[in-house]
Every structure is written in C-alpha cells, then in structure tokens.
Design a protein around this ligand. Structure first.
Ligand code: PRE
Length: 425
C-alpha cells in the first residue's frame, strides 16, 4: 500500500527529494519546514465544469459503457496494534490501554503526498490499483482505501483537488473521499467537489473511526497547551477532550496523521494530535488516551471515485447517488421525493448545498418589494441500482421536474457487519 508514483515533474523539480518541504500545518505555523515528510503544498490550478447528465438520453451509456471495475468492498483486517507498556493511560469508551514510554520505531520510507505540480502523465505501472487519498500515511482516508481495495497502492495527496486530478490524469485509478461522519455530519466541501469534477462514484466504505490522543514520548497531559487535528476529528472528540480536562486551544490542520507528523517533526512537547494508532506508530508518538471519540460508534463514510462508472447490477444491494436542481426553487423537492416513494425506493441520505452560480432567486414584484429565496443543489442517495427498472423510471420522472440532474454513481453498498468496538485504525 505504501509507495508513491514518481512523475516527470517530480523528478524535474526534485521537490520531494530535496530537503525544502512546504508542509502547511498547522495553518498558523505553515512556514515550518519538515525534513522528515517533505510535503509540498501547492494550490490547485485546474478548474472543471460539471456536465449535466441527462438520464433519458444517457441510460444506454450506463448499460453499455466500460467493463466492470469491481468495487470489491471487503472488510479490512485490523493489523494495527499498540505496543504493550508500563504506565497506565486513560481508558475511554471501554478501551483500557497501557502506555509504552519507549519511542516506537518510525518508518522512514513513507510516501510523500502528491502536489498539484506533480500531476504530469503517469509513468508505466504494474497491475496494482492506485488509490489517491488526501493526507499522509496513517490518515483515515488511507485506511478507507485499504478497506475498499485491500491490495491497492495508496497514494497520498496534499489536497482533495489533487486526488481528483490524479484520477483524471491517469496517475491514480481511484480517489477516496470522506463524505459524512456519524458525529460531525456531512463534509460539505467534498459534496461540492463531486459536482465540480466528472468522476463517478463506484463504491463506498464505512470506516469505524477510533481516535487516539498522541504526544511525544514522555509528554504528560499537564504539559499540553494545544490539540491539533483535522477539523472533523476535533469535532468528533470535543466532549471527551473537555472531560479529560483539556480546555486548551484547538487548531485545525489538513489531516489527522499530518498533525501527528507535525508534532514529531517539530518536537512539540506542548501539543497533542488526534489521530489513529497507526499514525502513532508511523511517527513515533505515544498514545496518551485511546478511543477519545465522543461516541464509540463513530463512523465515517467514504466514496470511491473512478473515471468510468461501473455497470450497475441487481444481484447485490446497490446504492445510487444523484444531484439535482430546479429553477423554481424547493417546490420541486416534494415531487422528486415522491417519485421514489411511489416505487418503494428508500432514500438513505439527502443533502442540500447552495446553488453556486445562482444562489439567490428574487420573487415578488418591484412595487411590493422583493423576497429573496436561496437556491439549492440537492444530493440524494437511494437504495436501488440503476439496472433496476424502478430506479430508471423514478429518474425519468425526476428528470421531468428538474432543470439539472446528474447521476453521480450507482455502486455496491458497503454491507460489512457493524462492529463499533473494533479499532480499525
Ligand atoms: O484526516 C484524516 O485522517 C482523514 O482521513 C480525513 C477525515 C475526514 O475528512 O473526516 C476522515 C475520517 C475522520 O472522520 C476524520 C478525518
């Protein structure tokens, strides 16, 4: 799972081989230079227009397009295990751990995240599936990639935009994208990204997220004056941090494992990271508290993206994700939802986002003043395959009510048995 694809521009700029890294976490301190990770952070430069997918005219595309790219959602065996140790540490959510005060051996050969400048055409590669994710090794997105595609090569990227483009430019075969969490809710920015790009959802995984509080070996709770992590992770642990007496500053960084790496790289004895046990192992940190998520059944849902859709099937449970909008506001919503209700198709998720290019609709006439309504894009997930005539008929009907409709993907549902107490990470 852990190697990086060198690209021509990487070799040209030697940006990941030299010692001039540009790790931008925490945001307040983004000029720190990491001589361990050598991560380049460069802003996205490409823009993609989303195309309108018309169900009526493109249904044939669904049935005749590319070969089946198996989504292969298989439960990942948890391989991570914290070393046993001496001192007691906090037990949370029923998990009691002992502390190993001996620094864990660090992996030195971790892949470096791709940056926007690295996105030149992919070199030749073997048959291993390459899965791009945002973050550094030890991030939950990397674990999600491993759960969806157990033998994949996980490719770290410094931004989601880069992960999308890695797939669009054939540097990677799939991108993995967190879209919602059971505690933190929807990850809105990623919904917007789905629309801005033309990748297809080809699978989903639901990953139990088991957070640890990580510090440098020997650091105690009393030394801490800040906790850093991905904003989602900070919000998933807020109550527990307070219960632990950690009313210290919280700082948001790009990903959980990046927070751990930052502490290790800069030898920060006053800072803790919220990240996985695997991140502790990789960056030589100690687990000060284990299972610090506010709810033991904390789970994040990720979707897998590919350049081509998979051919939808009916021999196993499928889910379909769509996004739609209508010129005349929310009045269409009831009609759209009833198209599914009449056919006994269950919805699993509905989300609304501002309609970017037309966020406001003015109603009423000028003499009485004008009311302004917000305009939305609606994202709906429903439990049916696009190969199912019920879904095809429902979408044909939905298309009549909407001015914009796109099928984001029809893909196998993650049916992994639920086990919240597992420490997958
Ligand atoms: O920072 C990471 O490790 C991630 O993979 C990102 C992310 C997220 O975006 O929600 C994934 C899972 C957890 O919910 C926390 C963070």
């Amino acid at each position: 799972m852990n190697s990086i694809i060198p690209s021509k521009s990487i070799l040209k700029s030697l940006s990941y081989l030299d010692s001039t890294p540009k790790l931008s976490i925490p945001r307040k301190n983004h000029h720190h230079q990491s001589n361990r990770s050598q991560i380049c952070t460069i802003k996205s430069i490409y823009k993609h227009e989303s195309r309108n997918f018309s169900v009526g005219s493109n249904r044939a595309d669904w049935q005749s397009s590319c070969a089946i790219l198996a989504s292969n959602v298989v439960s990942q065996q948890s391989t991570e295990k914290t070393d046993g140790g001496n001192a007691d540490i906090t037990s949370i959510n029923g998990v009691h751990q002992t502390l190993d005060l001996v620094p864990v051996q660090q992996e030195t050969n971790l892949p470096k995240p791709l940056s926007i400048t690295d996105l030149s055409p992919a070199p030749m590669h073997g048959s291993q599936l390459r899965v791009a994710y945002q973050g550094v090794p030890g991030a939950y997105s990397e674990a999600a990639a491993g759960k969806a595609y157990p033998n994949c090569e996980a490719i770290p990227c410094d931004q989601f935009e880069v992960a999308f483009q890695a797939v669009e430019l054939w540097i990677a075969d799939r991108a993995v994208l967190p879209v919602e969490n059971s505690l933190g809710g929807s990850i809105h920015r990623n919904y917007d990204l789905l629309l801005r790009h033309n990748l297809h959802i080809v699978g989903e995984v639901q990953l139990p997220v088991h957070h640890c509080l990580l510090v440098l070996p020997g650091v105690r709770k009393e030394y801490l004056n800040r906790v850093i992590s991905h904003p989602q992770a900070l919000s998933q642990c807020e109550l527990t941090l307070t219960k632990l007496g950690l009313s210290v500053a919280r700082e948001a960084v790009d990903d959980t494992a990046g927070a751990a790496e930052f502490i290790a790289t800069h030898n920060l004895r006053d800072t803790a990271a919220i990240a996985s046990a695997r991140a502790a192992e990789l960056y030589g940190l100690q687990i000060l508290a284990d299972g610090i998520q506010d709810d033991s059944s904390n789970v994040t849902r990720f979707v897998m993206l590919a350049r081509e859709p998979i051919i939808p099937r009916t021999d196993r449970p499928f889910k379909t994700s769509i996004v739609f909008a209508h010129d005349k506001g929310t009045s269409v919503l009831f009609k759209v939802l009833s198209a599914f209700a009449f056919r006994n198709i269950s919805l699993t998720k509905i989300e609304s986002r501002p309609y970017r290019n037309r966020p406001i609709r003015v109603v009423g006439d000028a003499s009485t003043g004008t009311a302004k309504h917000f305009e939305y894009m609606f994202y709906v997930d429903f439990e049916a395959s696009m190969a199912d005539p019920r879904a095809q008929n429902a979408l044909a009907e939905v298309q009549e009510f909407t001015s914009f409709l796109r099928v984001l993907g029809s893909y196998p549902m993650d049916m992994t048995p639920w086990s919240p107490s597992n420490r997958d990470m």
